[in-house]
Design a protein around this ligand. Structure first.
Ligand code: SF4
Length: 325
């Protein structure tokens, strides 16, 4: 049995920790937030420490599958910073002791303060992904249902502070009809902000607002930039350098590259995070689409079940032909 390349363990933190959040909801309500969060109906009661220990138990149960590239991402299913800076730092320290690879986090950047980034960097946070789709306060409200005047200055200050703290900073930006007029503003921000990787993504599941990224590629070329292109596995990357920062466009191929060739829903699979294993209040979810192969917390000690379901989610590849269902 070998591990699929670049597996990332995503800790879906917020639903694990219900007690401070009625219904464990995110503080924003973004129109493009993928729906996984809304499918998670289970949360645990209990102190943060006991929930974090549970996460570490899960990470330890799969540690013999780690490769040098294996990372942990504290992410998704809501804004992780809602658990508070101290609790976040405590979790990062615990994960750092359990996993050799880099620890990253995804955030909407609206909760943490500038002073928090040194604390998180000191705890071991190596990478941060901010989600920012516009600099326009009115559009920000349309996208997130929250005040852009109030939130955007804090988000931008946090991006700068994270970079100053030495964290590897990415900004994820969904390209659409809403923000295609802001490309020059994004580039001006990068010119003034060193150490930031701005990443554009295709908009999925919203035909009314979808714009092909080829238009973005052409727009930036017409501004006088020359793209460097790179193929990496399933993806093509386009890159330009902007001052001491850079801007990327990531495009996946149309084909499904999941290693589980026998998956019964493969023809309909639209999973975009195929390298991720999710850890949530429901247990371990080997892929973001299927529900029949979730490993419940009380099953993680059973190595045969764990392995079979990780194979069925495309996260482990048998050396022989897979028969993973
Ligand atoms: S195992 Fe998951 S990611 Fe792979 S093809 Fe099936 S549904 Fe898609």
């Amino acid at each position: 049995m070998i591990t699929a390349p670049s597996t990332k363990y995503r800790i879906e933190l917020l639903p694990l920790v219900k007690k401070n959040h009625a219904g464990a909801r995110c503080n924003l309500h973004c129109r493009w937030c993928h729906n996984d969060y809304y499918k998670l109906h289970n949360s645990f009661d209990g102190e943060y420490t006991s929930q974090f220990e549970r996460i570490i138990t899960v990470l330890n149960s799969v540690k013999h599958y780690y490769t040098p590239e294996t990372e942990v991402q504290i992410s998704a299913a809501g804004e992780p910073a809602l658990v508070g800076t101290e609790n976040l730092a405590a979790l990062i320290k615990m994960v750092r002791e359990a996993v050799p690879g880099a620890i990253g986090m995804t955030t909407n950047g609206t909760v943490l303060r500038e002073k928090d980034w040194q604390v998180l960097a000191g705890a071991g946070l190596a990478k941060i992904n901010f989600s920012v789709n516009t600099f326009d306060p009115g559009l920000y409200r349309q996208i997130t249902r929250k005040s852009g005047e109030r939130m955007l200055p804090r988000v931008l200050a946090n991006i700068k502070a994270a970079a100053v703290a030495g964290i590897d900073v990415s900004v994820n930006c969904v390209y659409s009809k809403m923000n295609n007029g802001e490309v020059a503003s994004f580039i001006r921000f990068l010119e003034k902000t060193p150490g930031v990787r701005w990443k554009f993504f295709d908009l999925l599941n919203d035909e009314n607002l979808y714009l092909p990224v080829q238009g973005l590629i052409d727009t930036i070329e017409n501004m006088g930039y020359t793209w460097k292109t790179l193929q990496k596995g399933h993806y093509s990357f386009y890159r330009i350098d902007v001052g001491k920062s850079n801007l990327w466009i990531k495009i996946s191929k149309e084909t499904n590259d999941c290693p589980n060739l026998h998956c019964p829903v493969r023809p309909k699979c639209v999973e975009g995070c195929r390298s991720s294993v999710r850890i949530s209040a429901e247990g371990i979810q080997p892929c973001g689409i299927r529900r029949d192969n979730v490993i419940a917390f009380d099953e993680i000690g059973q190595a045969d079940i764990l392995e079979k379901r990780l194979v069925s989610g495309g996260k482990l590849m048998p050396r022989e032909l897979p028969h993973a269902g």
